[in-house]
Write a protein that binds this ligand. Structure first.
Ligand code: G4P
Length: 540
């Protein structure tokens, strides 16, 4: 019997490893309008998860709606269904995690990046590297997430390909290596040379919906190719390929996986062109689920016991169904329905009878999920972003920080009869990660800090509609919040606390936060207290 058990155990571990190797969990990031939604849709089309373009509802928040937060909430509702889009391609299971492009939701995006194993960055060929892309790539770089770049809209006139590669290197600070290269662009767009596969696919702009089946040539010297794209274009391409060979480092998978080298692809998502090359390469090189650091130790995906963490909580807008959906990324082992798991922060066992999985746009109840997968758990208010679930071990994953907010206001209670409701509402909304609460050390006043200005309206509206509480805001002049840390007994900490008393607060974990009122005073504080550390994310 012992032997049989050993056999079963080995079989289990082997099949778990197989499942892990199949998975690719990634996010697509871009500045709004670069083509993230279109690319996502085309990837799903290749995976056979949808049959026609236009099937994925746009999850982007339209520019015109920037001041209309109700509209934004409505669209946020739609985006639950696109929070995770899973599909199969060849023998791989691919999970795309949605990242809102709207800058007011940047913190949502930062946090989603804690749950991806790699990213694809979409850049508009005409606009080049834009502001939102710079910020998001910075977060990826900090975490050494492997990045592939997709330069989109080659069917339009845009910047020169080499200039764009330069711009990516300079503005994003990435070392690039083109794995494909365009032949012309705009009206003269003829096709793309695939450096990775060493072939050329001819561009035909009537193939938006067609999968595969593009005219492909394996040699630049093929006379038929010359008759299609012309002698001059071939000559140019040969020169450009020589230049690429001489100037850019050749692709090396390990450098990419370590976050040191970043492959670039060109294409037109709308015309379904270049997407297949990207996807084929992606499934070969992109990392499968990676080990994750916890406070105690590194957790390996192939460990038998389940662990996972919550990176996103989505509230239901409907006051009659106030349950929330918590998104868990599975780090190790298998997650099973109706099985008891430890919610580490509360030290409570929880069982889930209807965990959701996501396939294309559908939510389904699942029996079992593997590392890399995202599971949606119904929650009545137990969870906070960053919480860990395990099969029993008491461990906490790290690397899910709060980011320094940029907008601040006092929050006051407008209706003294509803103080409790307000307190509960604020706490739950903060658990969802909409904003951060700071309590001033001097007088206990509450300050809300957000990454986007829009969140203030959302909070006010939701407090009233979901908790029956009324709040009002009061302006406060704060430039930036940062976490301060240093030797507790050192004299400069004492001095800092005494002199900056007015500007000190505690975050939800009781950590010391300095709310500086200007860039200048922050700089001065950093200079004057050089043995203290000023952090711009909550984890250090
Ligand atoms: P986003 O999610 O990054 O915000 O961008 P999205 O995919 O919604 O694309 C933004 C606009 O760019 C859309 O046009 C889309 O059709 C267009 N687009 C995407 N890829 C390409 C491409 O390869 N070539 C060209 N020429 N256009 C592309 P829109 O008019 O704003 O929206 P829609 O009405 O077409 O949906």
């Amino acid at each position: 019997e012992k032997l049989f058990r050993l056999f079963l155990f080995k079989f289990f571990i082997m099949s778990l490893e197989e499942e892990i190797k199949k998975r690719r969990t990634f996010g697509i990031i871009s500045h709004p309008d670069a083509g993230k939604t279109t690319l996502t849709e085309k990837l799903l089309l290749f995976g056979g998860a949808i049959n026609e373009a236009g099937a994925v509802k746009s999850n982007k928040i339209k520019k015109t709606a920037a001041s209309d937060f109700m509209e934004i909430e409505r669209q946020r509702g739609i985006s639950v269904s696109t929070s995770v889009l899973a599909f199969n391609f060849k023998d791989k299971k691919i999970n795309i995690l949605d990242t809102p492009g709207h800058k007011d939701f940047a913190e949502d995006t930062y946090r989603t990046l804690t749950a991806v194993d790699s990213v694809i960055v979409v850049i508009d060929v005409a606009k080049g590297v834009e502001e939102q892309t710079e910020k998001l790539v910075e977060v990826c770089r900090m975490r050494q997430i492997p990045i592939i770049i997709f330069i989109n809209k080659l069917d339009r006139e845009g910047k020169d390909a080499f200039d764009l590669l330069d711009e990516v290197e300079k503005k994003l600070g990435l070392t690039v290596t083109p794995l494909s290269f365009p032949i012309g662009m705009g009206l003269n767009f003829k096709g793309i040379y695939n450096v990775w596969k060493k072939n050329i696919k001819i561009y035909q702009n009537d193939q938006k919906q067609i999968i595969g089946n593009k005219t492909t040539f394996n040699s630049l010297n093929d006379p038929e190719l010359e008759s299609i794209i012309g002698k001059k274009n071939i000559k140019n391409l040969k020169e450009e390929l020589e230049l690429i060979d001489g100037v850019y480092p050749s692709f090396e998978k390990n450098s990419y996986l370590n976050g040191d080298l970043h492959p670039v692809f060109f294409g037109s998502a709308l015309n379904n062109y270049g997407v297949e090359d990207l996807l084929e390469c992606f499934i070969e090189i992109a990392p499968f689920p990676l080990p994750k650091q916890s406070e105690k130790r590194i957790v390996e995906p192939k460990e038998e016991k389940f662990t996972g963490f919550i990176f996103k909580i989505h509230a239901n807008m409907d006051p009659n169904h106030r349950n929330r959906l918590a998104f868990v990324k599975i780090v190790s082992g298998t997650f099973k329905r109706n099985t008891s798991y430890l919610h580490v922060r509360n030290n409570k066992n929880l069982k889930f009878s209807a965990p959701n999985t996501f396939f294309a746009e559908k939510k389904e109840i699942i029996e079992v999920s593997y590392p890399g997968d995202i599971v949606g758990l119904h929650d009545s208010g137990n969870f906070k972003i960053g919480d860990t679930l395990t099969s029993g071990e008491s461990l906490n994953f790290i690397g899910i920080p709060n980011f320094s907010p940029e907008h601040f206001r006092y929050i006051n209670n407008k209706n003294p009869m509803k103080a409790k409701q307000l307190e509960k509402g604020i706490n739950q909304l903060m658990d969802e990660g909409i904003a951060q609460l700071f309590v001033l050390n001097l007088n206990g006043r509450k300050i809300i800090g957000t990454v986007g200005a829009l969140q203030f309206d959302v909070i006010q509206y939701r407090l009233l509609n979901e908790y029956g509480a009324q709040c009002e805001y009061e302006n406060i002049n704060i430039y930036k919040a940062c976490w301060v840390d240093g030797d507790k007994d050192c004299s400069s900490m004492d001095d800092f606390i005494r002199k900056k008393q007015k500007y000190l607060a505690s975050d939800k974990k009781g950590k010391l936060v300095y709310l500086s009122d200007s860039e200048f005073t922050l700089k001065m504080a950093q200079q004057n207290y050089s043995d203290l550390k000023f952090h711009f994310t909550s984890e250090f």
